[in-house]
Design a protein around this ligand. Structure first.
Ligand SMILES: [Zn+2]
Length: 140
């Protein structure tokens, strides 16, 4: 199983709360949760609404588009799976749905990344069952 992995980074731990999120990512679709009671859209996956603690939630499909809220460029990281990708961009992307997602910006040079830059989701296939959402400049 480990031989199938295309990267050596630690892989996310999938639990009951995050399972629908990761299943959607494996289909190359991005979903976040929405509270049926107050309408709040939120990420990361939880079993209750962070606003009013109700458990009446639904999953909503995202457009996959957003913009860079903030970012940093990492030049030094000697951990296996990370050092091969240096330099890389860590960013918070604000989705059109209003939530912010900690992710990587790919598909452009780190020096091309800007605050408010329009980005769209892409998926890195790690295993046949696990794909990780990253973001690239729109149209790239
Ligand atoms: Zn709520």
């Amino acid at each position: 199983m480990a031989e199938e992995r295309k990267q050596r980074k630690p892989i996310p731990r999938v639990d009951e709360e995050s399972k629908p999120f990761w299943e959607a990512c494996a289909r190359h679709e991005l979903y976040v949760q929405k509270c049926r009671h107050c309408g709040k859209v939120f990420y990361y996956p939880r079993s209750f609404c962070p606003e009013d603690l109700t458990q009446d939630l639904e999953w909503v499909k995202c457009s996959g588009r957003g913009k860079v809220y903030t970012f940093t460029v990492t030049y030094q990281n000697q951990s296996p799976g990370f050092r091969e990708n240096l330099p890389y961009v860590m960013a918070y992307v604000e989705l059109e749905e209003g939530v912010r997602m900690l992710t990587n910006i790919v598909g452009c040079k780190p020096e091309e990344v800007r605050i408010d830059m329009p980005v769209e989701v892409a998926f890195e296939d790690v295993t046949p069952d696990l794909s990780i959402p990253v973001f690239k400049p729109v149209g790239k």
